[in-house]
Design a protein around this ligand. Structure first.
Ligand SMILES: *[C@@H]1O[C@H](CO)[C@@H](O)[C@H](O)[C@H]1NC(C)=O
Ligand SMILES: *[C@@H]1O[C@H](CO)[C@@H](O)[C@H](O)[C@H]1NC(C)=O
Ligand SMILES: *[C@@H]1O[C@H](CO)[C@@H](O)[C@H](O)[C@H]1NC(C)=O
Ligand SMILES: *[C@@H]1O[C@H](CO)[C@@H](O)[C@H](O)[C@H]1NC(C)=O
Ligand SMILES: *[C@@H]1O[C@H](CO)[C@@H](O)[C@H](O)[C@H]1NC(C)=O
Ligand SMILES: *[C@@H]1O[C@H](CO)[C@@H](O)[C@H](O)[C@H]1NC(C)=O
Ligand SMILES: *[C@@H]1O[C@H](CO)[C@@H](O)[C@H](O)[C@H]1NC(C)=O
Ligand SMILES: *[C@@H]1O[C@H](CO)[C@@H](O)[C@H](O)[C@H]1NC(C)=O
Ligand SMILES: *[C@@H]1O[C@H](CO)[C@@H](O)[C@H](O)[C@H]1NC(C)=O
Ligand SMILES: *[C@@H]1O[C@H](CO)[C@@H](O)[C@H](O)[C@H]1NC(C)=O
Ligand SMILES: *[C@@H]1O[C@H](CO)[C@@H](O)[C@H](O)[C@H]1NC(C)=O
Length: 538
């Protein structure tokens, strides 16, 4: 019997064949197709062999054998697309894995018994969801997509979930229903011709048939770069010391892979960071794709700069009465704004000093600004000179016996202050002036002298202090109401006190300076008076 097989497989016409009504079996794409032999009827008792074969109608090859089963021995004959895909079930059903559209054909189960040969053909139909199966590119036509639906169905095209309506120009849809030669079944294929442009680069195209939707595809749209851009970050005004990055980009799909940035004379690629820009970096820059220098973009960088020079600066020592010229020079990329402060308090104008006073001492700061670029400079002015007594005053609590004598002094370096009498002292500072207050209870009328000095000079001033008790009358004038007896007691005591004061004065003066400085710091009248009084007593 085995010798017979080849002939049987090649052409069944040798035998008497009982024809059966064509049976159709529907399978799903990708699934395993299970084709029962004779609708699954039990095998006849005198079965010699079972054979599965299939037909290729429009080819010259005869019917092709897939498998032969005899004596429980299975021989796989398939050599073509069915190699490795066919197997047999225990009931002799043919199993074909990974159902494909090409499997839509007639498979025949042939049973040979001692008496007869029966054939049971089965028509296989494979259902496949619609899908975009091919993307065509051609140099002469517009981009096309082909969608196939099996079984035949109405196909609708979508671009980003929007129905595409054929307009015969930009959107052309050609639908055709194809009948399978072998199966007589039909499928629909739809060709979408779409004039894709730049705006469609990321668009998703899908096709739908009945309730099935294909996976999205995009057109591969290529177009040459048409616009190149030189990006400058940060984009605002640049100041000296800033870091600025230049980056080139262009449209086009694909975009240029390389760019050239022209930095004045140097050429760099793609992106470049200028660190700590200087005014010399100001100018025009341009960039272009490395392979097309006729496309370019340019940007003008303007680096703001600001140089200032302040004269004087640092610490400045001057003597009272002298002058000081202040010169602030600026060199900037525009007109800067200048503001001045003295000891952090705003000044309305640039300081200028014709005749320096102690009160001119202080920290002078200028701030020069131009569009966010700020420069500062400062100087500390110390006006020095012999001390000057601004006032010597007497103050008495109304109705009290205490007298407060105050000596207000200006001077730099800070002068020391001495009184010609002992008492309780207290020092206060205000506006660069030093005030020393002496509190005492005078037993008699006194002339009290305030002595001030620093290494540049000295001064003294006296005040007459009565021992009486004062009261203010209605107009605010002090009126002596008591103490005439105490004062009038001994005139000699006053002279004695005066003498003591003068001796102390001379001693103190000698101990510090050696001699009087006159003229520039101005000898006070008090001093002269004291000297005269001293002579008179001698
Ligand atoms: C099955 O076939 C093979 C090869 O044709 C053969 O060697 C083997 O003996 C057969 N087995 C049976 C049980 O017939
Ligand atoms: C397609 O749609 C038309 C009408 O729009 C309808 O006549 C036809 O039967 C549909 N075909 C299928 C396969 O659904
Ligand atoms: C296109 O589809 C991809 C993935 O399927 C998705 O990431 C993308 O957002 C879609 N684009 C649009 C424009 O819908
Ligand atoms: C499509 O419709 C059929 C019957 O109408 C249903 O069985 C199937 O699940 C649907 N498929 C999807 C993807 O909705
Ligand atoms: C450079 O770009 C311009 C403008 O897109 C284009 O006209 C030109 O053909 C391009 N040249 C090259 C060499 O690609
Ligand atoms: C500029 O870059 C330099 C070096 O990378 C860095 O030291 C400096 O802090 C940067 N300046 C600014 C203003 O970011
Ligand atoms: C100001 O700065 C520029 C640029 O550095 C320089 O050329 C010019 O000589 C400067 N002018 C003055 C007055 O310093
Ligand atoms: C005098 O000085 C004392 C102590 O400093 C103070 O308490 C008193 O108020 C002062 N009197 C006058 C009138 O200034
Ligand atoms: C001040 O008091 C001291 C001691 O307390 C004394 O030596 C000095 O002579 C007194 N001076 C005057 C001017 O009375
Ligand atoms: C207050 O005293 C002054 C000076 O002694 C005097 O001129 C004035 O008239 C007095 N005023 C009154 C209201 O007593
Ligand atoms: C003391 O001074 C008061 C007022 O200044 C005066 O009235 C009195 O006569 C003086 N006494 C003596 C003893 O000079």
């Amino acid at each position: 019997m085995k010798g017979n097989r080849g002939a049987v497989c090649g052409d069944g016409a040798l035998f008497l064949i009982s024809a059966w009504a064509l049976e159709t079996l529907v399978a799903h794409y990708g699934d395993i197709i299970k084709i029962p032999c004779n609708r699954g009827a039990p095998k006849p008792a005198n079965l010699i062999f079972t054979k599965w074969k299939y037909v290729r109608k429009f080819s010259n090859t005869p019917n092709l054998c897939l498998l032969i089963i005899d004596d429980s021995n299975i021989t796989v004959m398939a050599t073509d697309e069915y190699q490795g895909r066919v197997s047999i079930a225990p009931d002799f059903s043919l199993l074909i894995s990974s159902a494909a559209l090409g499997d839509q054909r007639k498979f025949t189960c042939m049973r040979a018994s001692a008496d007869d040969i029966f054939e049971y053909p089965v028509h296989v139909q494979v259902l496949k969801p619609p899908s975009v199966v091919e993307i065509l590119y051609c140099s002469w036509c517009q981009h096309s997509l082909i969608c196939e639906a099996n079984p035949a169905a109405n196909i609708t095209w979508y671009k980003n979930d929007q129905v595409l309506v054929a307009d015969g120009k930009e959107v052309i849809i050609i639908t055709s229903v194809n009948k399978h030669h072998e199966t007589g079944l039909s499928s629909t294929s739809s060709i979408l011709r779409y004039s894709a442009s730049k705006r469609d680069v990321d668009a998703n195209f899908t096709c739908r048939a009945s309730n099935l939707t294909s996976a999205p595809v995009s057109f591969l749209i290529t177009y040459p770069p048409q616009k190149v851009t030189l990006h400058v970050t940060p984009s605002g005004p640049l100041k000296e010391g800033d870091n600025v990055t230049l980056r080139c980009s262009a449209d086009g799909n694909p975009p240029p892979s390389r760019y050239i940035i022209h930095l004045k004379v140097i050429m760099v690629e793609d992106s470049y960071t200028l660190t700590m820009v200087k005014r010399s970096h100001s100018g025009e820059y341009h960039c272009s794709p490395a392979d097309n220098s006729s496309l370019l973009d340019s940007q003008t960088l303007e680096v703001l700069y600001l140089d200032i020079s302040l004269n004087p600066s640092g610490r400045v020592d001057r003597t009272t009465g002298s002058s000081l010229a202040v010169l602030l020079q600026t060199n900037a990329s525009g007109e800067p704004t200048v503001s001045w402060t003295k000891n952090k308090a705003r000044l309305t104008a640039e300081p200028q000093f014709d005749q320096l006073k102690f009160s001119d001492s202080g920290l002078y700061e200028c701030e020069v600004a131009i569009e966010g670029l700020i420069r500062r400079s400062s100087f500390i002015l110390d006006v020095q000179g012999p001390p000057v007594i601004r006032s010597v005053d007497e103050n008495q609590e109304i109705g009290g016996k205490h007298k407060n004598l105050s000596c207000e002094v200006e001077g730099s370096p800070k002068p020391s202050i001495q009184w010609s009498v002992n008492g309780t002292k207290e020092i206060t500072h205000a506006d660069g002036r030093v005030t020393q207050t002496l509190t005492l209870i005078p037993k008699e009328n006194l002339t009290v002298t305030c002595f001030v000095k620093n290494h540049l000079g000295q001064e003294a001033r006296s005040i007459d202090v009565s021992s009486g008790i004062f009261k203010r009358n209605a107009t605010g004038t002090s009126v002596l109401i008591d103490g005439a007896d105490a004062v009038g007691a001994v005139v000699g005591l006053i002279l004695c006190a005066l003498t003591l004061a003068v001796i102390y004065w001379i001693y103190w003066t000698k101990s510090s300076q050696g001699s009087w400085r006159t003229g520039e710091n101005g000898t006070t009248e008090e001093k002269r008076k004291l000297e005269e009084e001293q002579k008179a007593k001698v």
